[in-house]
Structures are given as structure tokens and as C-alpha cells.
Design a protein around this ligand. Structure first.
Ligand code: FE2
Length: 298
């Protein structure tokens, strides 16, 4: 059996927010992943994200989506992000983005670990779980009432069965966080999720997500939860000017796993123009434009 596995992860690339720089920034990621000789590549969601307000058609994102999908001679995996559900149903989105036929949650092995991709792009409404599609989730809140995000009961049952069959310790990938995290923006049915995860015979050791654009790691009950920063930006929102603080270089996770832990390599980068501190964003100093070195011991 192999002793370790190395992969490259890109989160929240949001290419349509930086049309002039996007291809160069994608090339930086492709070059880094190849140089590191990774065993696989994973996109953690929100790759394109053309805001309707910007009048950029989703079709304009296709060339770089195709470039990402065909750039590597190792497997490429995808996690569905909420913004992949802005222009499509999930089924349409899988087709448009070339995510393959596995569906929105699936698993694979890369020795010596089992990897599970989860889909938390669901609302829980009085009538039941409703999948994100065509921006239907925009009107709902993380709080008051906490309608998003959820992993539905049927997906958790699939996870229970998948983990029961796993031959190796497991790493989870998701777009939204699976623990409370810095913003308390994780899945709302964490207790149900934990019941499934804690009953797995081969333990879950690490969960990696995007969505938050902030580098944040916490260990709860022997599971590490790590938010990888965006590939391109810190998103401050319309109350701030500028609304987006751009990174000078593409940010990504080069992560090596062995039985003892996960090593996350440091990257380089700074802000182009005003930083979150400069624009007065709350706790702006927390938003680093690079990935910090980490060793997460299992
Ligand atoms: Fe997101």
C-alpha cells in the first residue's frame, strides 16, 4: 500500500469576477499542481460565479472550466458549490461543468485514504429538503430561521453505507463547512452528521471545505475541519468598497496525507490594492492572502 497521497485543491476561484486575470491565475494553479506531482486535483466549488449584476453570461466561463478539466494527467474531482447552482438545476450544472456522471456526492480511494465528496447545497423547508437551483436559496438565511445549508437525511444514509465499506481512514470534501467554524456558517444538521460519522468503523480524520474565503482550522472530537481560502479573493460584499479584495497570486492547497497527519504547504501572496483591514472589514486582519503552513496530526 502507498504510504502517502498528495493532492492540489482549488476553492472559490470565481473566475468571472476577474475576467482579465482569470486565465493567468488558473495557469498558476495548473503549473503548481503539476510541479508538485500531485496524485489528484480537486475543485472545492464556486469555480465560475458570474454575478447577474455584472451581465457576464455563464457561457463565458466555459473555456476555463474546460481548461481545468483537461489540464491534468491525474484524476480531477469536483465539489458542487452553491454558485454552481445559480444558473442551473444540479443535473444541468453537472453537465455544463463537465463534472462527470458520479452525481453531487460520491467517494473514491487514493491509497492510503478514502475520500468522500459531499453536497450540502440543500435547504430544509417545511415541505422537506429542497436542492439549490437557479438561485432559489438566495432568499434564505443561515439563521432566523436556519434554512441553509443542510445535508439531507438520504445523503447521510448514503454516507453511513459508504463509510461502513471504507477500507481506509476517510477525508471529507464539501463546499460548505461541516463544523461551526469562524462564521458559524456550517451545516445546520451537524448533530445528525456527527452521529453518522462517529459510527463509522474506519474513522474520519479530516474535513476540507471552501466557501468561506478565510483560512480557518479547528479540531473537534478528533476530526480536523479546515477551510481553504479562495483561489482569488476575499469577498467583502456590497457594504464595502471595493466589494472584493483581490489576491496578487492564485491561492491553493498542496496537501500531503499520511497515516500520521496532513501537511499543508505555505503559499505566497498579498493583496492587490486595499486589503480587508484597509476597507475596515470586521476582523480584517484574519483574512490572509496566502495559505499558512500547517501540520494537522491525526
Ligand atoms: Fe460558496
Amino acid at each position: 500500500m502507498k504510504e502517502s497521497v498528495k493532492f492540489a485543491a482549488l476553492a472559490d476561484f470565481h473566475q468571472a469576477m476577474f475576467p482579465d486575470r482569470a486565465e493567468n491565475m488558473l495557469d498558476q494553479f495548473i503549473e503548481a499542481a503539476k510541479k508538485e506531482k500531485v496524485d489528484f486535483v480537486i475543485d472545492l466549488g464556486d469555480f465560475a460565479f458570474p454575478l447577474p449584476a455584472n451581465n457576464i453570461p455563464i457561457e463565458n466561463s466555459k473555456p476555463l472550466i474546460d481548461k481545468f478539466n483537461s489540464a491534468f494527467d491525474v484524476p480531477v474531482y469536483h465539489v458542487l458549490g452553491n454558485h454552481e447552482c445559480d444558473y442551473f438545476t444540479k443535473k444541468e450544472s453537472l453537465e455544463f461543468h463537465g463534472f462527470g456522471t458520479e452525481g453531487t456526492y460520491y467517494s473514491f480511494d487514493a491509497e492510503p485514504f478514502h475520500f468522500v465528496v459531499l453536497d450540502a447545497n440543500f435547504m430544509k423547508l417545511p415541505e422537506g429538503y429542497v436542492a439549490y437551483e437557479n438561485r432559489n436559496y438566495y432568499k434564505w438565511s443561515y439563521e432566523n430561521p436556519p434554512v441553509i445549508p443542510y445535508i439531507p437525511d438520504y445523503e447521510l444514509e448514503w454516507l453511513r453505507e459508504d463509510l461502513a465499506k471504507a477500507k481506509y481512514p476517510t477525508i471529507l470534501f464539501s463546499h460548505q463547512r461541516l463544523s461551526p467554524g469562524y462564521f458559524n456558517s456550517g451545516i445546520r444538521n451537524r448533530d445528525e452528521f456527527l452521529e453518522v460519522v462517529n459510527s463509522a468503523p474506519n474513522k474520519v480524520v479530516l474535513s476540507i471545505n471552501g466557501h468561506e474565503h478565510v483560512d480557518y482550522v479547528e479540531k473537534i472530537d478528533n476530526i480536523w475541519y479546515y477551510s481553504l481560502i479562495s483561489g482569488s479573493n476575499m469577498y467583502a460584499g456590497s457594504k464595502y468598497s471595493p466589494t472584493v479584495c483581490q489576491y496578487s497570486q492564485t491561492q491553493y492547497g498542496i496537501i500531503t496525507l499520511d497515516k500520521k497527519g496532513a501537511y499543508v504547504k505555505k503559499t505566497e501572496g498579498e493583496y492587490i490594492g486595499p486589503s480587508p483591514v484597509d476597507i475596515g472589514y470586521p476582523h480584517g486582519e484574519r483574512y490572509l492572502p496566502y495559505v499558512t503552513e500547517k501540520y494537522l496530526e491525526f
